[in-house]
Design a protein around this ligand. Structure first.
Ligand code: ZN
Length: 238
């Protein structure tokens, strides 16, 4: 059975121009790109925009230009890779649809790459298509996943330390050492309470560079990406 989509949309009143929905979109999509998950705070140098899932340039999308449910928050890279793509009936039947997290569960199609914790692997043809079309393993994204992964591991180590310290029964500690143990516990819990905010700050500071680094292999990657997309059944450029 397919999993639940992770994003629940709000229902704002109709507005006359889609750009007026920016705040609702930021809130619904947790300030993250609907397609690759990068956060606005991590995306310095790339920028965020409002994506029309059904492109507003197509006959189907024109009437939906200012319809909230056709709008998704997207980073500049995903938006440009997605382009004006709209799956035809044949492409839909092949599974060549762009995953939208308010209607589909990405985890039904994508998973962490077992051989590379910073890479994504596909579970389905839809997953394979999304990795290729949106370039979900582009170097900047992989670097951000690596930073998150390291922060997560550091957090785990601290959690283990807290657990180990908490499991020491005071009765088993020499009276002279009890005050010291209590102080260590107190200090560590204090550090822990500020850690989550620090992680967010750390990721956003460190992530500024990966997205701005020169990308000398981009041309080669684009060529390989286009070839794969063609093999999958998407012959339009994105
Ligand atoms: Zn993105």
């Amino acid at each position: 059975m397919p999993s639940q989509p992770p994003i629940r949309r709000s229902n704002p009143p109709q507005k006359s121009n889609y750009t007026q929905y920016k705040e609702e979109l930021r809130s619904d999509f947790f300030n993250s790109c609907a397609y690759c998950g990068i956060m606005e705070s991590e995306s310095a140098g790339v920028g965020f925009s409002i994506d029309h899932y059904i492109p507003k340039e197509t006959p189907e999308g024109k009437p939906l230009e200012n319809t909230y449910l056709n709008l998704l928050l997207s980073c500049g890279d995903c938006n440009s890779h997605k382009g004006k793509y709209l799956a035809s009936t044949t492409q839909k039947n092949l599974g060549l649809v762009i995953i939208r997290p308010d209607e589909m569960a990405p985890s039904d199609h994508l998973m962490l790459d077992e051989t590379d914790p910073c890479g994504l692997a596909s579970k389905t043809k839809t997953g394979e298509f999304n990795i290729a079309k949106l370039e979900l393993n582009r170097p900047g994204l992989k670097k951000i996943r690596a930073i998150r992964h390291r922060c997560f591991q550091a957090n785990e180590i601290i959690e283990q330390g807290i657990k180990a310290l908490s499991s020491v029964a005071l009765d088993n500690v020499e009276p002279a050492q009890r005050a010291r143990l209590l102080k260590i516990r107190h200090d560590i819990l204090k550090i822990r309470s500020g850690f989550d905010g620090d992680i967010d700050k750390l990721i956003s500071d460190y992530a500024r560079s990966p997205l701005r680094l020169p990308d000398p292999e981009k041309k080669e990657r684009t060529k390989a990406r286009m070839k794969l997309l063609k093999e999958l059944g998407d012959d339009g450029a994105g």
